[in-house]
Design a protein around this ligand. Sequence first.
Ligand code: PRX
Length: 642
Amino acid sequence: MKAPKYVVKKGGKYWPSNAMKKIANMTDKNIYDKAAKNPVKFWEGVAKEGLTWEKEWDKTYVEKLPYFEWFKGGKLNFCVNCVDRHLEHPKRIAMIWVPEPTGEKPIEITYGELYDKVNKFANVLKENGIKKGDVVSIYLPMVPQALIAMLACTRIGAIHSVVFSAFSADALKARIEDGKAKILITADGYYRRGKPEDLLKKAKKAAHKTTIKKIIVVNRIGKRVHGKKFLDFDTELQIAESYCKPETMNSEDTMFILYTSGTTGKPKGILHDTGGYAIQAYQTCKWNFDLHPGDVMWCTADIGWITGHTYAMYGPLLAGATTLVYEGGPDYPNPGRWWKIIQDHEVNVFYTAPTAIRMFMKEDFKWIKKHNLSSLKILGTVGEPIDQKSWMWYFNKIGGERCPVIDTWWQTETGGTLINVLPGIGPFVPTVSGLSFPGIKHVIVNEKGKEVPKGKPGLLAQKSPFAPGMLHGVHNNHKKYVDTYWKKFKTMYDTSDGAYLQNGLIRITGRTDDVMKVAGHRLSTAEVEDAIHDNRKVGDVAVVPMPNKIKGQVPIAFVVLKHGKGSKKLEKKLKKYVDIKIGPTARPARIFFVEDLPKTRSGKIMRRILKALLIDEEPQGLMTLVNPGSVGKIKEIIKANQ
Ligand code: PRX
């Protein structure tokens, strides 16, 4: 059978076809105006319809800036919304797990089985002293136990803090300490490009001399684990009681902490609540990805990032759909792996980052062509701006010119997508994200918060009432919350992104602060600088992002040594410092040893100048420097080392 065509081309633009309009959960373009008339009422309506509440709220929205509350007085359990309420169809598949080794069979977990495992694991956590409000650290690769552990936390009201498994022991330790986590759930390892990777070693090192009382270990690569502190995930599951009563949670209770990079050396613990986050995840899955019960969604993001939380784990379950989770490397054992997975498991919605698209564009098309991708209905992108060429390639080669490409803009802080085109409404325009989700309003403003003329570039800000999925603070750091998001515009949320309007649709231009996006991963230049500074030979350091064809950006470090000369050996050593403190994801692509960094009179390093030098542009504003002579010398060093 010929695969349905979900888009049509009209007036040089792509729009939803009749086939898409027939199936789409939302096709009414007036929804934007309707929701804008009374956004609070809009969210009240969708929250009543979309979620299962134990008790409805007394007040839908209470704002006392810089904080705001959604569904105040409302009571619900998140796990019940993801699992229990779908038990009318216990045989429906909740998760398809694809292991990396091709000799291992994929595993399908039904909603009935998931219910059983989550209840049991919730009891394991309780047995080990975890109560409502306690923090549980999760340091797991992409294995089914990650979903079970996360859901079990939400069942008993424990706050999960998931840490990306490629982060280092030091990075994990800092997050354990900040959250005062009592239990760490990890694995002995995982498979990456055919090789088992050790995770336990890092986990043990991180947990040493912290608040962690027990380490629960998933056996993935067959390592033996000994010691009083350690429990085996699957053994504990087998002996646990089979029912765990879900904890009644207030809508505003914290559900999870997720650390993200900002402009300082220390990551921030972003706090997300229960009810608001749930409705943002649910509604966006329903309207952006048009998820229907039984649909298969594959979001390729790791659970260590917000995209993994909301769209690889929770959103599809809230919608009663099936989530596909793949353990391993995208091109292992060959560049056809992802496309084979889509074919074998009949994936309907595929959501990935532009960096992955750019990586596959380099490969021979034969790897795609030999697979049947006709199950696809919607393609999504996230994490960084997507250029025209990559958008068209994705649309043509993966979507077969049949599927809309939904470019979703959002952040760790927003919990769920906020700006994109809806597949049942359109238009789908390369490089343009689209409109704010119904019931949400963004404006493009100048530094003073005044709206810039239409089409002019400015700063992206969100207006009240703030989206239900938005962060509810920074863990233990009110000041940071205020300074980062509210200081600039006071009554509007500062996204730190630049944007402009293109024919009425929002086009994102990227971060306006010192945050980098490296292969879609959010990293701060300050964190990398901190790590390099730890070496006693380093006197001064500046890290800036440099454009990269595949990864979008890569970090480049400029180092001034206290004494002596730089060498390849020292460069290697300093890179190791970054591996140890953060993880290889943040490792600088190059380290240049320079005599001096361009600084202003007040001692501020002018990173802008370094950025210009890296892309061979003439740097502006040299007059403000105390040491303008440094610029020419750095230029020479870059040239000589290219
Ligand atoms: O700069 C924006 C970029 O990613 C940042 C947020 O990163 P993180 O918190 O890691 O969350 C990523 C996934 C939600 C934003 O401030 N960004 C995200 N999506 C897009 C984007 N830039 C352009 N287009 C997008 N679709």
